[in-house]
Design a protein around this ligand. Sequence first.
Ligand SMILES: N[C@@H](Cc1ccc(O)cc1)C(=O)O
Length: 509
Amino acid sequence: MTKRAAVIFDGTPLSIEAVIGISRGTAAAVLSEAAEFIARIDRGAGFVDTLLAEEGCVYGVTTGYGDSCTVPVPVELVGQLPVRLYRFHGCGLGEDFDPEQTRAILVARLTSLARGYSGVRYRLLQHLTLLLRRDILPLIPREGSVGASGDLTPLSYLAAVLAGERDVLYQNRRRSVVEVYAELGIAPLTFQPKEALAIMNGTAAMTGLACLAFGRAEYLSRLAARITSLAVTAMQGNAYHFDAKLFQLKPHPGQAKVAARIRTDLQWHADMPRNDSRLQDRYSLRCAPHVIGVLEDALPWLRQLIETELNSANDNPLIDADDEHVLHGGHFYGGHIALAMDTLKTAVANIADLLDRQLAQLVDPKFNHGLPANLAGEVGELAPLNHGFKAVQIAASAWTAEALKLTMPASVFSRSTECHNQDKVSMGTIAARDCLRIVELTEQVAAAALLASVQAVELRGGALLSEPLSDTCADLRRLVAPLTEDRALDGELRACLDAIRSQRWSLYD
Ligand SMILES: N[C@@H](Cc1ccc(O)cc1)C(=O)O
């Protein structure tokens, strides 16, 4: 077994890639055991205890939550308050987050709590790390967060599991956490007064999902460039639409990067004919760098938004043990992730649309420069029976429409909730869920476009291919046979989808 890379949680910033690594099982979560780090974390929890002893009143510790903050909780009942918090938020509905998403959510929460401003004990961080290391995954229903009191309801499932309540996914089975803890000899956590609030009152669900969406979108950008190169080759398009000088004259850096990628696929020998068979291709070929480039140019900015949120202390109140302050604020508000996800949704859905339009050209003998209708590969007397990629193109259009439909921004649907205490909320978690779905649909469109464009290149015959393009064609043929006689393609589309999701092809590195 290969050793997994370690991601250390010690209060220093984590990258999106670290979150993805742990979520996909290629990296392991390791909590720092440095004495200084442990002391810093425990100092925060100690400060909450001191405050409680000396002042007797701390928001969310000796008071009700949110709008109920004016309700004092008698000292003898304070210990029960965190248990009530995760219990009354146990109202999530819809399907559960999948294992990869759940790990991402746990990692995002651990990252934030490890900053040391949430007043939780080191012991709590240890337990959270243990869940990740033993892959004991809280089953978290996807629906029920407005993304601005933190992801209270989704994260209540994490709090409950830490405390030994509700169900987990363990070794691929839904089990009661009580049973799993008993089997593994794990003691549930008894929360200190602020700890359940610290777990729940933050943006970890939307932020974990955002990291995953970002990683997949970044790969889609590269894949869309490769598919464009194949489509241009198959339709004998003009390689000089991607000319270096041309892109210096409108120098969006991401757009130029995409043009350069396509150029290295297409302009691989010095005497490529310039402007030969057709002067100007349709926009889905000619403007591919302008469409994919929007995503590519957005990525650095989106990374900054997501990583800043990931590495922030995003609950309330924050505990500053060094200066002995309790800081009351609204850092559970996920507005930046909402913006990032609403933006990424649009940029990615445009990739689905671009590839769908390329596919529409490829199958249409009115536009595809002499390729067979529907890219049907059969010749001879059985040819009239075959319909090639006709249904695949129709399906890709359906996936594209579904993706485009989901681009409605979630962040504009703020509702005043919780007796008008939470009267402006982010809806960032809905944006992140929609974004992941758009990414998934776009991957489906990419799988269809990749199959079709490789078939088209082969049908064109005799086209000399650059090394990257011939490698892509050859490797795809290990997964999917050429389409001659019509057959169901769902299994092969799924194989191609798996290849995309596991980022099988290292594109343009
Ligand atoms: N997010 C609220 C706390 C809260 C917790 C649970 C709720 O049900 C409502 C509000 C705050 O920090 O102000």
